[in-house]
Design a protein around this ligand. Structure first.
Ligand code: EPZ
Length: 420
């Protein structure tokens, strides 16, 4: 699958942000904790979510996914397997591990897939679940976890920040016997949204928005209705698009607080921003200045916006340095951006970007989800035609991106996708 972009069109107008993929994923896994009816709105229609939906159906869930709404119910677990052929492109299996083990005492899940952005370790997930009483075997393809008696509440300190690790143990603890205290939890807004959902389902959780969560387990949770929060990475991507030369974009259904670290950097480098409660207007009307930054766990600058911001920094006069501190192999976009004309050198964990360089359209290859967005932004500013290969990556996490960009004035289309 490919994306064709004819660049150098000015973008203007408004774009509406969809629900958050990385909130919807754990929240769908939380369906396993209940035998009641669950209904989600603002679900992004992206491949990673379709994968999670299919994995739940495979466990025995009955549901429907229409437009941006999912209705689903899992009265009884019919299969304890999460097979590779369903989940190999996403992190769905690891998020299912904790809830499935907690509900049924047995889970056999394929090793998690997802973006090839470095070592994506899961030892804290497995360590926590073992301490709750599970016996875990790991193999080249599968993780098998069993608990002959219900999981037990624990007092666990995560040795490092982990987003899905926090979500996994939080969900397991919701059905464990007794009280669980999780310390050094990650603080991403998607975790807060998961806590909101679990509380609606009847879970007893305190400590939301702090790094210590206290969970009193229940035998089973109830059904609930839940609207998923807006996707802060999609939000940040369109804000960055608005900061590219000549553009002016209003990002709607935005939550400025979720991307405060990005907005601060953009203001510092000279981007003009107007923030309202739920929208952000962005334009670059004057010279931009280079900067140095590091990726960090929330509320620091997110690794998931590193590639897209790098594209913007190639258009800034001077030398910028971007240090990637979360994943150890997340600079694959740099090589592809260099093919378009960027001057980016990678030294260990830092990208050194020498701007400003003109871009010329070429054939380039998307290596992972956020890299694919960075390459699309590169294609928008390049002269001539850019063809992004392996564009399936974009479908995994950005709802309707070509269509949303076309409405802003871009000339961009998927090749080989019907009705995109
Ligand atoms: C989540 O991945 C997101 N995925 C990622 O989004 C995001 O890049 C990442 O958090 C960081 O913000 C989902 O929410 C589904 P981590 P996750 O566990 O949970 C190390 C996107 O583009 N670590 O917070 O897998 C790990 O190796 C994606 O949407 C351990 O050492 O990330 C990494 O260096 C890509 N042991 C760091 O922590 C563990 O047990 C952060 O990983 C767990 C993690």
């Amino acid at each position: 699958m490919k994306i064709l972009i004819k660049g150098k069109k000015q973008l203007s107008g408004s774009v509406k942000i969809s629900g958050a993929k990385n909130a919807a994923l754990p929240e769908l896994a939380a369906v396993i904790l209940s035998s009641g009816d669950l209904e989600f709105s603002d679900v992004p229609q992206v491949e990673d979510i379709k994968v999670m939906f299919r994995a739940l159906e495979n466990l025995g869930a009955a549901g429907e996914f229409t437009d941006s709404r999912i209705k689903i119910k899992l009265p009884e677990i019919r299969s304890n397997l999460v097979p590779r052929e369903i989940v190999e492109t996403s992190r769905a299996s690891i998020l299912i591990l904790g809830p499935l083990l907690a509900r049924s005492g047995y889970a056999e899940v394929s090793n998690p897939g997802g973006c090839p952005i470095g070592d994506r370790r899961i030892n804290f997930h497995l360590d926590g679940l073992s301490k709750m009483g599970a016996k875990i075997e790991t193999g080249a393809e599968h993780i098998i976890a069993r608990a002959d008696t219900p999981l037990q509440g624990i007092d666990y300190r995560f040795p490092g920040k982990t987003v899905t690790g926090t979500e996994n143990l939080l969900m397991a603890a919701a059905l464990a016997r007794g009280t669980t205290i999780l310390r050094n939890c990650a603080l991403e807004p998607e975790i807060g949204d998961l806590i909101d959902l679990l509380q609606k389902m009847g879970a007893d959780i305190s400590g939301k928005n702090s790094d210590t969560l206290i969970i009193k387990g229940k035998p089973i949770l109830d059904g609930a209705r839940h609207k998923i929060i807006p996707d802060r990475i999609e939000m940040g991507t369109y804000v960055i698009a608005g900061a590219l030369p000549g553009n002016e974009i209003t990002v709607e259904n935005a939550v400025p607080a979720y991307i405060r670290s990005l907005l601060d950097i953009l203001k510092k480098i000279g981007v003009h921003l107007i923030e309202d409660e739920d929208k952000i207007t962005v334009k670059a009307n004057g010279p931009l200045f280079p900067t140095d930054l590091e990726t960090e766990p929330y509320p620091g600058f997110p690794t998931d916006l590193q590639a897209q911001l790098t594209t913007l920094l190639t258009q800034v006069e001077g030398i910028s340095r971007v240090k990637e501190r979360i994943f150890n192999n997340r600079f694959k976009h740099a090589l592809e951006l260099n093919k378009l004309g960027a001057n980016i050198e990678i030294k260990e964990d830092t990208a050194i970007i020498k701007g400003k360089t003109g871009f010329k359209g070429r054939v380039i290859t998307a290596t992972d989800l956020r890299a694919s967005a960075a390459l699309v932004l590169g294609g928008l500013i390049a002269s001539g035609e850019t063809l992004v290969e392996n564009a399936y990556q974009l479908l995994r996490g950005y709802e309707d991106m070509p269509r949303k960009l076309r409405r802003l004035g871009a000339d961009i289309k998927f090749l080989g996708v019907e009705n995109e």
